[in-house]
Design a protein. Structure first.
Length: 180
């Protein structure tokens, strides 16, 4: 009996000492921080942070909205700008990239000049718009078609002499080239 009592007393003492041991100040602080009254402070600070985060997000959204509100003023100008910019090259390109007149086109086809030349693009031979920059007279062009001078066009293969092409046809082509 006494043994049982003393044993239970000892057990209680052990439990108390355990409790005291565990509830040292640091332990309690630590416990509090996560589970006790400290957790309230943590929750509060988390809430404060959440609110400040939301505020920052709201401010960012407001700012974006303000920017979006400011944009409509600029927005009509932007499409206007792009259309003007798109229209400008179109207008600039229009006089530049003229369609080839039917009669000239027929001659260029007939004599197969189109196989090697395009009006504005380099194919095998130079673009006629590049030839135009050389400012040849029509007679010079006739001579160059009949007797090409490959040295005029470094980097290009030599054009075969096309002696069979009538002078009159080349004159029509030459006048068109010089108008490019
Ligand atoms: C087989 C391809 C080919 C054909 C077809 C061809 N050319 Fe050329 N042409 C060239 C090449 C390559 C050059 C540049 C090298 C040269 O002048 O030899 C050239 C150059 C020219 C030049 C510039 C000459 C110079 O010295 O600046 C003229 C003008 C020209 N060609 C007109 C014509 C005409 C007009 C025809 C059709 C009657 C024609 N070419 C057919 C390939 C061709």
């Amino acid at each position: 009996m006494t043994l049982k009592k003393s044993a239970s007393l000892a057990l209680m003492a052990l439990a108390v000492s355990f409790f005291i041991g565990c509830s040292s100040k640091e332990d309690r602080d630590k416990y509090d921080q996560w589970y006790g009254s400290g957790s309230k402070a943590r929750e509060e600070s988390a809430l404060v942070k959440l609110q400040s985060d939301r505020k920052v997000a709201a401010e960012a959204a407001d700012k974006a909205k303000a920017e979006a509100a400011a944009k409509p003023a600029a927005a009509p100008a932007a499409p206007g700008d792009t259309s003007a910019a798109a229209a400008a090259p179109a207008v600039a390109a229009a006089p530049k990239r003229k369609p080839v007149p039917a009669d000239v086109s027929a001659l260029l086809n007939k004599h197969a000049c189109f196989a090697c030349h395009q009006a504005y693009d380099k194919v095998i031979g130079p673009a006629y718009s590049e030839v135009a920059k050389k400012k040849y007279t029509p007679d010079q062009i006739v001579e160059l078609v009949h007797n090409p001078k490959p040295e005029h066009w470094p980097g290009y293969p030599p054009m075969a002499p096309l002696a069979h092409v009538p002078k009159a046809d080349i004159i029509v082509i030459a006048n068109w080239i010089n108008g490019l």
